[in-house]
Design a binder for this molecule. Structure first.
Ligand code: HBI
Length: 362
């Protein structure tokens, strides 16, 4: 039962993997955190996701079908690829059938179909775009949606929005985490952390190279998405002091990260946000990141970490040598001030209310 000013929100998840599998990368954490925080505030939330998805205590409607291929493995001008029995299409057929039960339908998939379907729905649709520009088909249909339904496109950061022609139309929503899950550590061990999907766009090889040069052990955590890519790194850096710890739960991951002197972030692309950066800061761990995309808007250079020249291993090494300049409690404080679930919930609640209020459909 929802009180009078609460919303009924149907979330449609990313379609590249089950929620909880790690294949959906940072957007999995985003869906979980927004669902938890808005549910806590009394809104009614249900998440539609591929079969096998798990989202703590949030109700999940599991939909069968073939998973979507990942956009970052496509070329910019590739045609749209839809598997024969696409789980994405099946998820949106479900949404079409139940749409009148909901105030706003929220799309978290980085795919053409949900945007194309928007004008065919009576219920307003909010689109959260979780990456920068990658494929022309999405750029075009999202631009059309931004023009036809102003205010319905949300992104993490300004630098992510800038990769799209409709940057001015994007709601900047940032991110946030449940800070109570992350324990501050003031006395780290002499090692480094790297977090993320093990895939080429994440530039793991640069972090491995920096570990080799500095001799500092590198603890690697995240979903093993591209095994060949990982094997090539191991072959190229046979004696680097690195260890892959697997895809851990948040509790297990922060237990490892908090002990580290720094988190290295080495994205090859415009990282839309970089949830792993605020997870590290919440543990008091400085972030050393390439100065582009979301991390460049998160890290306070010289105060909560360092921003280095993109793709420069030497830049990483130089920053590692200066880590003693960083006050680790300043890192935790930044997470508390800027990335709490409370602040995240306010931003998304305001966005959804504005979209529900604009419900002028016949
Ligand atoms: N690719 N086609 C497609 N659809 C997605 O929803 C998607 C993706 N690639 C990556 C991804 N989602 C998430 O890992 C990022 O949005 C965080």
């Amino acid at each position: 039962m929802t009180t009078n000013n609460s919303l009924k929100l149907l979330f449609l998840s990313t379609s590249v993997g089950q929620l909880g599998s790690g294949l959906g990368g940072g957007v999995e954490l985003t869906v979980l955190n927004i669902a938890k925080e808005l549910h806590r505030r009394g809104h009614k939330i249900t998440v539609v996701a591929p079969v096998g998805s798990v989202l703590e205590s949030i109700p999940v409607i599991e939909i069968a079908g073939d998973l979507q291929g990942t956009a970052q493995t496509q070329d910019y001008n590739d045609s749209i690829v839809m598997p024969a029995d696409a789980v994405l299409a099946n998820m949106w057929e479900y949404a079409r059938q139940v749409q009148d039960e909901w105030d706003v339908i929220v799309n978290f998939a980085y795919d053409w179909l949900p945007f194309y379907l928007t004008p065919f729905f009576r219920t307003p649709i909010a689109h959260f775009i979780s990456m920068g520009s990658l494929v022309r088909s999405l750029d075009r249909v999202a631009e059309q949606t931004a023009a036809q339904f102003p205010g319905t496109i949300g992104v993490y950061t300004a630098s992510q929005a800038e990769t799209f022609a409709f940057a001015a139309e994007c709601q900047l929503l940032g991110s946030g985490i449940d800070l109570s899950l992350y324990e501050f550590c003031s006395q780290p061990q002499s090692k480094l952390a790297w977090l993320g999907r093990i895939a080429p766009e994440k530039g793991l090889e640069d972090a491995v190279a920096a570990a080799k040069i500095t001799g500092l052990p590198l603890k690697i955590m995240g979903k093993m998405q591209d095994e060949d890519y990982w094997q090539k790194i191991c072959a190229d850096y046979p004696d680097a002091p690195v260890e892959y710890l697997g895809f851990l739960t948040t509790t297990q991951m922060q237990e490892q990260v908090r002990q580290c002197r720094a988190l290295l972030m080495t994205p090859r692309w415009v990282e839309a946000f970089g949830n792993v950066a605020i997870e590290a800061l919440a543990c008091g761990v400085p972030v050393i990141a390439y100065a582009r995309g979301g991390p460049a808007e998160i890290v306070r250079d010289g105060h909560t970490g360092f921003l280095v020249e993109p793709d420069s291993v030497n830049g990483l090494v130089g920053a590692i040598a200066r880590l003693d300049q960083i006050d680790r409690s300043a890192c935790r404080r930044q997470a508390e001030v800027e990335y709490s679930l409370e602040a995240l919930g306010d931003r998304f609640q305001h966005w959804f209310n504005s979209i529900a209020a604009s419900k002028v459909r016949q």
